[in-house]
Design a protein around this ligand. Structure first.
Ligand SMILES: NC(=O)c1ccc[n+]([C@@H]2O[C@H](COP(=O)([O-])OP(=O)(O)OC[C@H]3O[C@@H](n4cnc5c(N)ncnc54)[C@H](OP(=O)(O)O)[C@@H]3O)[C@@H](O)[C@H]2O)c1
Length: 417
């Protein structure tokens, strides 16, 4: 297990997904605190030029590119630096295994599962941004974290807020947690308007600047659905104790309600640098510049329940969580395929959730006891979702699809929040 509270040397950090939005924000904080941190290993998928730039700037020891065909280019870009290069999935895991105190898990999608587990299995602290890892294999990941003594530090602003609150209060006294949701770019749009939404409109989040996949997830509110499942695993709470409330200003990052009626929240300006800084410095805090929250200037904060008709993703995620077994693996895989298809402009916006629902209804809910089970079900769900994408490609947008209920009884059992 790594020594997580040593203060006599800079904290050694690795970043899985260093070229992405979370990766870049993390790099910014490291650059501002050169005495506090040493970046030792970085990864990317295909952005080899940026990866090489980062590797040179931070003088890392190891750089890995997920797309193995780009390894010769990475090597050539880093010639003469002494930086060791790797390519392919095994190299991503090698980066995660590289001796460091904290691994920032900032890849996107289930592709982060194997490298993140590698970090967990050496007992590292893991800054957890890559929520899909917990959605597709939460029970296995949490069991491995407990077995190897890995500390999971939530980076999603909502889960980070809850994590901060529960540090000083008994978890047994928690009545429920309340995840806030900005509502995304289509909060006030009708279903008909959403059916015609373009890629450019969907990725333009009103508050946060993020990678494409999470931006689309925020627009469908599947992001909040994934976060319900993530919270269930991180905080060991059953689905009915996890509420969602729309809060467009994204100032209250989430709340914890206790058995005595107290509700504690973490507030701040919407800035991912804050939860990332918290994870980087845990269990201490590091100073960070930037805008400070000024409540008197802010005026009103508003809260409202989510609309289950325009945003069926919440119902689907709750149903998958309540169903247990492999349902969340299917939900995640189908959503990844559908979002990728929307980003390629192959399907309409409302078809994303319709495809997820079809996959959940069409695949039997299989028991998951091993990583191989996860991989097999993930593959099966992707095939099914790809067939659904083919079915819808080129067809007129399906306005009604999102409000239809499937025939799968387990999809209809949970509340609509
Ligand atoms: N962005 C946010 O503000 C935010 C907030 C909360 C939570 N999160 C979560 O954090 C994670 C990262 O989000 P993001 O917005 O930073 O994503 P992003 O900007 O798309 O970055 C993804 C990173 O992962 C790499 N990557 C993508 N696919 C890969 C693959 N198959 N194999 C290896 N590496 C791969 C990318 O490399 P290339 O650049 O080479 O493609 C990039 O470095 C997501 O799970 C998201 O839900 C993000």
């Amino acid at each position: 297990m790594v020594d997580r509270v040593r203060t006599d040397r800079p904290r050694r950090v690795s970043i899985l997904g260093a070229t992405g939005s979370i990766g870049q924000t993390t790099l910014g904080l490291l650059a501002e605190n050169p005495a506090g941190f040493e970046l030792v290993a970085v990864t990317a998928h295909r952005n080899v030029a940026r990866l090489a730039e980062i590797a040179r700037q931070f003088r890392v020891q190891f750089a890995a590119i997920g797309d193995e065909t780009l390894l010769p280019e990475l090597r050539s870009l880093l010639t003469g630096t002494g930086i060791v290069c790797g390519g392919g999935l095994s190299a991503l895991s090698e980066a995660a295994a590289y001796p460091s105190d904290l691994v920032m898990a900032a890849m996107v999608g289930a592709s982060g599962l194997v490298p993140t587990l590698t970090a967990i299995r050496r007992g590292a602290m893991v800054g957890f941004a890559n929520k899909e890892v917990l959605v597709c294999a939460g029970h296995l990941v949490m069991a491995e974290a407990a077995k190897y003594g890995a500390k999971l530090l939530p980076v999603d602003s909502e889960h980070n807020a809850i994590f901060q609150v529960i540090q000083t209060n008994p978890t047994s006294a928690i009545e429920r947690i309340i995840l806030t949701a900005s509502g995304g770019p289509f909060l006030g749009w009708s279903l008909e308007e959403m059916a015609r939404a373009t890629r450019a409109q969907a990725v333009r989040h009103p508050i946060w600047s993020m990678g494409d996949k999470i931006s689309i997830d925020s627009a469908t509110m599947m992001n909040k659905g994934l976060e319900i499942i993530e919270a269930h695993h991180l905080f060991a709470l059953p689905e009915p104790q996890i509420e969602v409330v729309i809060h467009p200003q994204s100032v209250v990052h989430s709340l914890v309600a206790y058995c005595d009626g107290s509700v504690l929240a973490e507030l701040g300006t919407p800035d991912m640098r804050t939860p990332i800084a918290y994870a980087l410095a845990w269990p201490k805090r590091m100073a960070k510049g930037g805008k400070r929250l000024d409540l008197s200037r802010l005026g009103n904060l508003s809260f409202a329940p989510p609309d289950p008709v325009r945003f069926p993703a919440l119902r689907l995620a709750r149903a998958a969580l309540a169903a247990g077994n492999g349902a969340a693996t299917v939900l995640n895989a189908a959503n990844e395929v559908a979002v990728a298809a929307f980003l390629k402009e192959a399907i309409g916006f409302n078809q994303i959730c319709a495809i997820v629902e079809e996959c959940l209804a069409g695949l039997s809910n299989q028991t998951i006891t091993s990583l191989d089970d996860v991989f097999a079900l993930d593959r099966e769900a992707r095939h099914r979702a790809e067939a659904e994408v083919k079915h819808w490609t080129g067809r007129a947008s399906i306005l009604g699809a999102v409000t239809e209920r499937s025939q799968a009884p387990w999809l209809q059992t949970t509340a609509l929040n």
